[in-house]
Structures are given as structure tokens and as C-alpha cells.
Design a protein around this ligand. Structure first.
Ligand code: NAP
Length: 308
């Protein structure tokens, strides 16, 4: 039977021990603080210490506990063994809920009326039909595709941007770097569901965000590093942008004294858009462990060259 190491900050992955033992009878599971972890063949990771994976001579498979793998690939010493991520209908459904909520929050002016309610101000805004609000989704993968479909169902004018060309019923699709500016210039609510890679880090800077029409808003569900936050704040303060729902940050948890918490027009949420259950993570890790032992094709393997 396979041996597993859990690489994360202390205690985070403790629930995985009993769940993996149930899924994989006979498995040995060690936290990174235990010496046995160095000899494991399978590493289950969330932000492993730089160099830790390179110090595992028997390593055959690395598994992220999340949909994203930037938490692992940010370490240039990660050994060249297969890397898998979690792809789960539960995560997809949760992300779609978050995106629908965020879109309605802006489209139906909840951002404004919640702020007005604090001051006891009764103010109504002109209602717009969903078809007149253009929602643009950066990233048409597992998560972006589902959110796009559900937004189409609600009647929004939906577009999406990806690396390779896509066809999606009811969605205007754009692909490649040259198509990004035209895509942004026709987007009222921008939703980011990109993976964090060397091509997408800092993508949303002053130049790109300025391409959005005046009064546009951002829903950031991907990674904090996709946005140059100072540029975003400057565009909010100049009133070019109307607001932003920010779920992810370069530094998490966002410190309580961070100015973004109090920036007018910004709503901070605590990286809560879509979180896989330990049960689901353990099942997917165990399935890949069984496949590894049987020499079968692994599920949800990441393309290391693309970074996602
Ligand atoms: P995915 O299935 O790998 O899809 C990624 C999409 O982004 C694909 O459509 C891909 O294009 C596109 N893309 C990647 N690099 C690009 C580039 N340079 N230019 C244009 N398009 C590019 O990923 P996913 O499962 O949907 O997850 C997306 C991200 O969501 C994760 O990486 C993670 O950071 C974030 N996430 C956040 C939370 C949260 O709670 N906030 C939860 C889960 C995930 P192609 O289709 O052409 O390859």
C-alpha cells in the first residue's frame, strides 16, 4: 500500500488522516512534521514549504487539495512527477452560486442600497433588464463554463475569454491575448476565474482595467495576484470603476487593518467562493492513489508546461 505525506501548515489537513485511512485500507499517512513523511510516495499539498517536495526521494505523485495548483508550482524546485488537482461538481456549484450572487449584487444595486441603508437613505435606482448587463468571464474552464451557462439562463449578455477558442451556447467567446482588450471594452461586470500562472499574474493592471467601460465592476474569485490592487483602487477612486467584490488576496487572511476592508465600493469576502469538503478531497486523492498503484491513467492531471 502507498504512503502519503500531508504538506501544509500544521494541523490544517488533520481530518485527512482518518478519511484516507478509510478510503485506502493499510495506507500510512504522515504530517510533514513527522520523519516518515520524507519517504512518502504521494504528497497531498496546500502551500507546501519551498523545497519540501524536492526532499522526498520516493515521490511519485503530488496532489493539490484545491482546484488551483499555484500554491504548489510557485516553488521552482517541485520535482517533475504528475501533479493532480481537485475537480468537483460541488466546487463548481458553489462557485456558480457565488458568481450569480455577485452579479445580482451589482446588477440589482444591492451594493448601493446596502451602503445607503447604513445611512437610513431611501433611494431607488432605475432597473435594468439582465440582457442589458454584459457579464464577461475570464477563464472558461470547469468553473467559468458553468457560471457562464447559468448566467445565460438568467438572461444576462454573457461573454468569456480563454486561451484556446471555445464554443458555448449563448456566450460570445474570445480567445488569446489580442482579444482581451475588445472583450474587456464590452464588459460591465468582469468575473475572474483564471488560474494563476506566469501568463496571468498581474493581468488586471491599470491599462487592462481602464479598458472596462466607465461604471464597470469586478468580481475576483480566482487569485489576488491576478489584480494590481493599487491600480484597482485608483480606478475605483477616480470613479472609472463602480465597485469590486474581492474573494481572494495576495496575503490571506487579509489583515484586519488592511485598507481594502474599508475602501468604498469594495466588498471583501474571506476566500469562501467555493471550498471542497475534506470528504471529497480524500475520495479524489484516494482514487488517484489507487490508479497510481494499478498503473492506470490519473484523473485531473495538470499540464505543468501551461501551469494549470
Ligand atoms: P480550469 O478548468 O483549468 O480553467 C482555466 C481557464 O482559464 C481555461 O478556460 C483556460 O483556457 C483559461 N486560461 C488559462 N490561462 C489563460 C491565459 N493565459 N489566457 C486566457 N485564458 C487562460 O480552472 P478552473 O477549475 O475553472 O479554476 C479556475 C481558478 O479558480 C483556479 O485556478 C483557482 O485559482 C480559482 N478558484 C477559486 C476558488 C475560490 O474559492 N475563490 C475556488 C476554486 C477555484 P483554455 O480553456 O483555453 O485552457
Amino acid at each position: 500500500m502507498i504512503s502519503v505525506a500531508l504538506l501544509s501548515r500544521p494541523g490544517l489537513m488533520d481530518p485527512m488522516k482518518s478519511l484516507l485511512a478509510r478510503e485506502l485500507p493499510g495506507v500510512t499517512v504522515a504530517s510533514w512534521s513527522e520523519a516518515a513523511a520524507r519517504d512518502a510516495e504521494l504528497a497531498v499539498c496546500w502551500k507546501p514549504e519551498p523545497g519540501a517536495l524536492a526532499a522526498m526521494p520516493k515521490l511519485k505523485l503530488i496532489h493539490s487539495i484545491a482546484a488551483g495548483v499555484d500554491n504548489i508550482l510557485s516553488d521552482p524546485t517541485v520535482p517533475d512527477v504528475p501533479l493532480c488537482r481537485i475537480v468537483d461538481p460541488g466546487i463548481t456549484a458553489a462557485m456558480t452560486e457565488f458568481v450569480l450572487w455577485g452579479t445580482l449584487y451589482i446588477h440589482r444595486d444591492f451594493d448601493r442600497v446596502i451602503s445607503n441603508a447604513r445611512d437610513g437613505r431611501w433611494q431607488r435606482y432605475d432597473q435594468r433588464a439582465a440582457k442589458d448587463t454584459r457579464v464577461g468571464i475570464l477563464g472558461l474552464g470547469e468553473l467559468g463554463t458553468d457560471a457562464a451557462r447559468r448566467l445565460v439562463d438568467l438572461g444576462f449578455a454573457v461573454s468569456g475569454w480563454s486561451r484556446s477558442p471555445k464554443q458555448l451556447a449563448g456566450v460570445r467567446t474570445f480567445s488569446g491575448t489580442d482579444a482581451l482588450d475588445p472583450f474587456l471594452s464590452e464588459t460591465d461586470i468582469l468575473v475572474s476565474l483564471l488560474p494563476l500562472t506566469s501568463s496571468t499574474v498581474g493581468l488586471l493592471d491599470a491599462a487592462r482595467l481602464s479598458r472596462l467601460p466607465k461604471g464597470a465592476a469586478l468580481i475576483l474569485c480566482s487569485r489576488g495576484e491576478h489584480v494590481v490592487m493599487d491600480d484597482l483602487v485608483a480606478l475605483l477612486r477616480s470613479r472609472h470603476l463602480r465597485g469590486a467584490v474581492l474573494d481572494v488576496f495576495e496575503q490571506e487572511p487579509l489583515p484586519s487593518d488592511h485598507p481594502l476592508w474599508r475602501e468604498p465600493g469594495v466588498l471583501v469576502t474571506p476566500h469562501m467562493a467555493a471550498i471542497a469538503s475534506w470528504e471529497t478531497i480524500a475520495q479524489q486523492v484516494a482514487e488517484n492513489a489507487r490508479r497510481l498503484l494499478r498503473g492506470e491513467t490519473l484523473l485531473n492531471v495538470v499540464d505543468r508546461a501551461r501551469g494549470y
